[in-house]
Write a protein that binds this ligand. Structure first.
Ligand code: KG4
Ligand code: ZN
Length: 345
């Protein structure tokens, strides 16, 4: 009999529910809170958790109905345990625990970052996932390079300060562009990529495979200030010029580190995941790498979604296990600082 799991993702500002049968997603519903946070220019954690609790039950209902499935047809519950915003994680975990307890089902804990690393393979047989690869996570909360060896992930580099997506959002705010900043900056940069007047921003300097984005943020801040003081150009022109320069610098920096890691660790495969990996310049630079196979998630799976949580649980756990230790289940806590690969032995 094919196993059916219901998966819950509430780590940041998306409430997402998916139902997976074996390794195939049969239904997924996501409620994005972007419109609620946009007026603040970033995610407000307190608001995020409140909105998760408000929408989660309706989304579970919708997903079940769409999958033509009842709660009693489920064989397990999967949930994001971390990393993420603590109160947002708690909403998903509390609902997951309640479902598992009342339906007498196993509860599968899923690491959000590991799930991003498996997002390109949703629907793919487990034995077709590369054993060894360079894993690149670029999102609003994380920027890291890791080596995948079987089911283990070894971090070889990560941001020393802000995550790349976070800086996209902050730079967009400084330029008066809407939240989230990534899509807005990407759209402008695509149009103006070849403009000769685009300034060049300094490339961050940081050791080996580590990354750094906060210096770029300061460079943009200073540039905007200087332009405003000098009243050199109308704001729309410097918005275009600076957004394009920022995209070039931020993505070039990431790509340089990816190339270095591929070379030093003799890797020929890259697995990418996270909201920033939909970026047009990032994708085109990766596609141009010679002799390298890049595994991209589908566009709908670059950002946060429960499909990747469901799939990760489906390929990670032996689903014949039953959750008999209810004391342990009820004590389970979320972990906002979980690192990629953690949870699986
Ligand atoms: O993975 P994600 O949905 O959330 C986290 O787990 O953090 O990533 C969201 C981030 C935001 O910072 C957003 O600005 C960025 O992904 N993003 C982009 C693009 N689309 C979304 N960054 C650059 N270019 C894009 N086209
Ligand atoms: Zn994420």
């Amino acid at each position: 009999m094919k196993q059916r799991l219901l998966a819950i993702e509430t780590s940041c500002d998306e409430t997402s529910i998916a139902i997976i049968e074996d390794i195939f997603i049969i239904s997924e519903q996501t409620h994005s809170q972007i419109a609620n946070h946009a007026k603040f220019g970033g995610v407000i954690p307190e608001l995020a958790s409140r909105l998760h609790s408000k929408t989660i039950f309706e989304l579970i209902n919708l997903t079940l109905r769409d999958a033509n499935c009842k709660l009693t047809d489920l064989d397990g519950i999967a949930v994001t345990i971390g990393p993420g915003l603590i109160n947002s994680l708690q909403v998903g975990l509390t609902v997951a625990k309640s479902l598992a307890y009342s339906l007498n089902l196993p509860l599968y804990q899923v690491n959000h970052l590991t799930a991003h690393a498996y997002s390109p393979f949703i629907g793919t047989a487990k034995n077709l996932i590369p054993r060894e690869a360079l894993v690149v996570i670029a999102s609003g909360g994380h920027s890291l390079l890791a080596l995948k060896k079987g089911k283990k992930f070894e971090i070889i580099g990560q941001t020393k300060d802000d995550a790349i997506g976070e800086v996209y959002d902050k730079v967009a705010k400084m330029l008066g562009l809407p939240y989230p900043g990534g899509p807005a900056i990407d759209e402008i940069a695509q149009k103006h990529f070849n403009d000769s007047k685009v300034v060049s921003l300094p490339r961050p300097k940081v050791r080996e495979y580590d990354l750094s984005f906060s210096g770029l943020k300061s460079a943009v801040y200073n540039l905007i200030n200087n332009r405003q003081i000098a009243k050199e150009q109308p704001s729309q022109i410097y918005q275009e010029e600076i957004a394009t320069a920022f995209q070039k610098a931020a993505i070039d920096h990431f790509i340089t580190k990816i190339k270095l890691a591929l070379n030093d660790f003799n890797q020929t495969k890259i697995i990418i995941g996270g909201g920033v990996t939909i970026n047009s310049y990032f994708q085109s630079e990766l596609k141009q790498l010679p002799n390298v196979k890049v595994f991209f998630p589908k566009n709908i799976y670059t950002g946060d979604n429960a499909a990747m949580i469901a799939y990760t649980a489906a390929i990670t756990y032996n689903q014949n296990l039953k959750n008999e230790d209810f004391d342990k289940l009820l004590q389970l806590d979320s972990n906002p600082n979980l690192i990629i690969g953690e949870l699986v032995d």
